[in-house]
Design a protein. Structure first.
Length: 121
């Protein structure tokens, strides 16, 4: 999930179907394999990096760091660094992150509830 700087959007309403609209970049971050899972992991409250990694089974340390950085740049996750030894960093959802995660969690719940029908052969 490479990070790209947000350019100034063109005048007019946001349109996720327009390849030039910055909303598409954010949609890609949120709906990426790890972005969705990290948001869901943080939906229960503030977590340290290692706690997020344990909750999101299968994510590498590198991918988690990249995902958190991108979600932070999208103003969905807030990073709080504490000046202690060893370093202590907390991650929490921003108000926008909470609002979005409620919607993402609803989709994940629907998938879990309908998994048998979705995977039937």
């Amino acid at each position: 999930m490479p990070h790209t700087e947000l350019s100034n959007p063109a005048p007019g309403p946001a349109n996720v179907l327009d390849s030039n609209c910055p909303s598409r970049r954010i949609l890609q971050h949120v709906t990426s394999r790890w972005g969705t899972l990290v948001l869901i992991a943080l939906s229960d409250g503030t977590l340290r990096f290692s706690q997020v990694r344990r909750r999101v089974d299968g994510i590498s340390e590198r991918m988690l760091a990249q995902t958190l950085q991108v979600l932070e740049s999208d103003h969905l996750v807030q990073r709080q660094s504490h000046d202690v030894v060893p370093p202590h960093v907390d991650y929490t959802l921003t108000p926008l992150g909470h609002e979005l995660t409620a919607r993402v969690r609803s989709l994940a719940t629907w998938i879990e509830e309908n998994l048998a029908a979705l995977t039937a052969t």
